[in-house]
Structure formats: structure tokens, C-alpha cells
Design a protein around this ligand. Structure first.
Ligand SMILES: Nc1ncnc2c1ncn2[C@@H]1O[C@H](COP(=O)(O)OP(=O)(O)OP(=O)(O)O)[C@@H](O)[C@H]1O
Ligand SMILES: [Mg+2]
Length: 220
């Protein structure tokens, strides 16, 4: 069985693409999937993150591969790994002017678009939505969803926001990822919240697992 490819993509910077990519990878790994996470962004956030661990035993327990130099050939590089993994999660760069996101979307079965609840964030998704819809013409299997990240706890998502996102063309995952300090700590420690034991991390881990279950249910 060839690996399913999950693209984490959004043209806006800082919305949590790398955080979501690493944590979904961790949740799939915990469920026994053979996981590869691809760093497709020249900032190399995931490569740096994985190398921040103090030792191998406490670090990221699945491989991260740096394909940020592959450019528009990245799909060929990813293809080399598909027979060895069940799931390949790709952390895409924030720009859609480079070819990387478009090419990854042609090979992916799921695209996850992290966004905050700020209108500026989701308005900036319009170009990306078009890119995904273009990819869907050639790649009929591609399904796309928004994922609300950095939400404020206890504040309900307004019906208006949900409708505004869905009007852009894709559904919203039921699970939202609240703002939690532990995500920054995890990055600094070279870990994910699934390996951390403080209360915030345990809550975060539950949310990440729920999100991963929703994404797995979308796979063919
Ligand atoms: N749910 C969250 N709660 C708290 N902090 C978060 C959360 N998600 C992301 N962050 C923090 O926000 C910052 C940006 O996140 P991240 O690097 O994942 O975004 P990105 O979309 O990959 O950015 P870029 O576009 O630069 O690649 C990081 O410091 C990260 O730790
Ligand atoms: Mg990033």
C-alpha cells in the first residue's frame, strides 16, 4: 500500500502549519502508523525543531526529511518514500507563488489549511482555495478542510465565522486547536505535546488526537 499524503498548507505565515504538521505526525505515529514528515519549507522549522531534542530517546520518534531544496520536483522526491510509509505529512512553505504547494497538492489525498479566527487570516486563504481547486481538477481524490488554530479557550466559534470559512469552499474540522503555551515549549524542547506531562500539554494532546482521528477518517 502506498502512503497517503497529507499537505499542511496556507499562504499566510505563522498560522501554525509546522506546529500542526509535527503534531499530526506524532498522533499518527502513536496510533501505530508508519509516519514520515516532510519539511518542504526553506525556513526548515521542522528540521530545527527535531534537532532541538537533548537526546534521541526524548526527541521526535519518527523521521523528518528535509525536501525544502527540491522545489517543483518535490513530488518526485516524495514518491521515493511512499512504499515505506503509511502516512506522509508535508509542511508546505507559506507562499503559494513558489510551485511547491501546487505540486504537493497534486499528489495529496488531504489538504489541511490552518487558519486563526481572525478575518485577515481567512480572507488571505482565497488564493490558496483557488490553488486547491485547480489541483482538484487533476487530482479528484484531493479533499480539503480548514483547521482553526490558536483559538481562545471558552470562546465559541461564531456561526458567522464558520459560515464565512465554508463559503470559501471547504468544510471546517470539528476539532479546534486552542492557543496553548505548551506548543512553543514543545518546539524548544524538540518534542511534541504528546510526550509532555503538564496539564496544558495533556489537554493539548487530547485535542491533537481528536484532530488526527478526523483527518484519518478523511483518507480513502
Ligand atoms: N495552538 C497554538 N498555541 C500556541 N502557540 C502556537 C499554536 N500554534 C502555533 N503556535 C506558535 O505560533 C508560532 C508560529 O507557528 P508555526 O511555526 O507552526 O506557524 P507556520 O504557519 O508554520 O509559520 P511559517 O509560515 O513561518 O512557516 C510558533 O511560535 C508556534 O509555537
Ligand atoms: Mg512553518
Amino acid at each position: 500500500m502506498a502512503a497517503e499524503i497529507i499537505a499542511i498548507t496556507q499562504q499566510k505565515g505563522g498560522v501554525g502549519k509546522s506546529t500542526i504538521a509535527m503534531h499530526l505526525g506524532a498522533a499518527f505515529h502513536e496510533k501505530g502508523k508508519r509516519v514520515l514528515v516532510v519539511d518542504a519549507d526553506g525556513q526548515n522549522t521542522l528540521v530545527h525543531w527535531a534537532s532541538a531534542a537533548s537526546d534521541e530517546a526524548s526527541g521526535i520518534p519518527f523521521p523528518i526529511v528535509n525536501l525544502s531544496e527540491a522545489g517543483a520536483q518535490i513530488h518526485r522526491e516524495i514518491r521515493k518514500f511512499v512504499s515505506d510509509y503509511d502516512v506522509i505529512v508535508v509542511d508546505c512553505p507559506p507562499s503559494i507563488t513558489e510551485k511547491v504547494s501546487g505540486v504537493v497538492l497534486l499528489a495529496a489525498s488531504v489538504a489541511i489549511v490552518p487558519t486563526s479566527s481572525s478575518p485577515a487570516d481567512y480572507w488571505s486563504s482565497v488564493g490558496l482555495v483557488k490553488l486547491i481547486q485547480q489541483a482538484q481538477v487533476m487530482n479528484e481524490d484531493l479533499r480539503a478542510v480548514f483547521l482553526l488554530n490558536k483559538t481562545e479557550e471558552k470562546r465559541m466559534l461564531t456561526r458567522e465565522l464558520k459560515r464565512a470559512l465554508e463559503e470559501l469552499g471547504f468544510p471546517l474540522l470539528k476539532t479546534q486547536i486552542p492557543t496553548r503555551e505548551c506548543y512553543k515549549q514543545a518546539m524548544a524542547l524538540g518534542q511534541t505535546v504528546l510526550q509532555m506531562t503538564d496539564r496544558g500539554s495533556r489537554l493539548a494532546a487530547t485535542e491533537i488526537r481528536a484532530c488526527a482521528d478526523e483527518v484519518l477518517a478523511m483518507l480513502p
